[in-house]
Design a protein around this ligand. Sequence first.
Ligand code: SAH
Length: 344
Amino acid sequence: MTALKAIIEAEIAAQGPMLLSRYMELCLSHPEHGYYMQQQPFGVEGDFTTAPEISQMFGELIGLWLVHMWQESGAPDRFVLLELGPGRGTLMADILRVAKLAPAFLEAAQVYLLETSTRLQAVQRAALGDVRHIERLEDLPEGPVFAVANEFFDALPIRQFVKNDFGWQERLVVAGLTWRLSNTVQRPDLDKSFAGLETGRIVEVAEAGHAVANALTTRLATQGGAALVIDYGDYDGTGDTFQAVQKHKKVGVFSAPGAADLTAHVRFKDLVQNGVAHGFSTQGDFLTRLGIEARKQTLEAAGAKGLSAELARLTGSEEMGDLFKVLALVPEGYVEIAGFENGA
Ligand code: SAH
């Protein structure tokens, strides 16, 4: 038994059935044995590969989008450039490199990283130099926020509920690490969010993600800025998407607590709060509209190799292009958001 498994079993023995969100939180973020505290998640050697680790083109186009949105917002001379869950710091490094094209943007930017893993904070400091880390959005200084989150929201804890004819039953984790359904409870909020859902279907509720989105959209609505959220999922998906991945393969969700990455699909609709406007697209269409093809040709002219394969992985419909979605969040009143159907 792994150390973390023993800790989880002991907590269940002492306190009874465990919320799935608690299980996920312990597996991912336990200060000593949590996945992000001790594993090397990213890249060929790790458990999964993310878009910024596949190609520099990804971060460069996002960097250009952020610069564009900053200009559209009147180029404020002081703002927060924020990344949520920066992993190895690769995306922010690509953003900061391409932003050299707009020195006034870099001059005005105060870079902040939202990261709870002290191990990854050190990795990010090594990659990016002098950056500021926060663990809560409430700790950001005042001012407009231009933000990006890639594969961040999928890592936040969820709860699962099954609809029955009388209400909802929650899926709980019990001794031996297996599922048990709770008694039926009344959840008018779920009745509303998932109106018309058929009986027997599972839904997922990402309370921690909703709280982060609430803080982020409150900032955007009151102090300006723009945010991009890139992740797998759908605008208003339902069903069981909770999964564990180890060494690029799916494994059982209870098979390796702390040693496998746990994620769930993002329900993007839930992130659009506080009256902000939004754009929504597949990753493939978004990167294509932002000109990934032209960026590839520029890099190839400068001697870069292997970019066709990288472009195909990021935009191909059988690869990341359709599964991954991009949500832009902007203050109310925006007419065009670059990279989206109604945008430039
Ligand atoms: N964006 C990176 C890494 C994605 S992995 C990339 O695309 O490669 C998820 C990241 O979110 C990790 O850096 C992880 O430590 C961080 N993270 C997970 N839960 C978090 C939480 N509750 N608060 C802040 N960061 C968190």
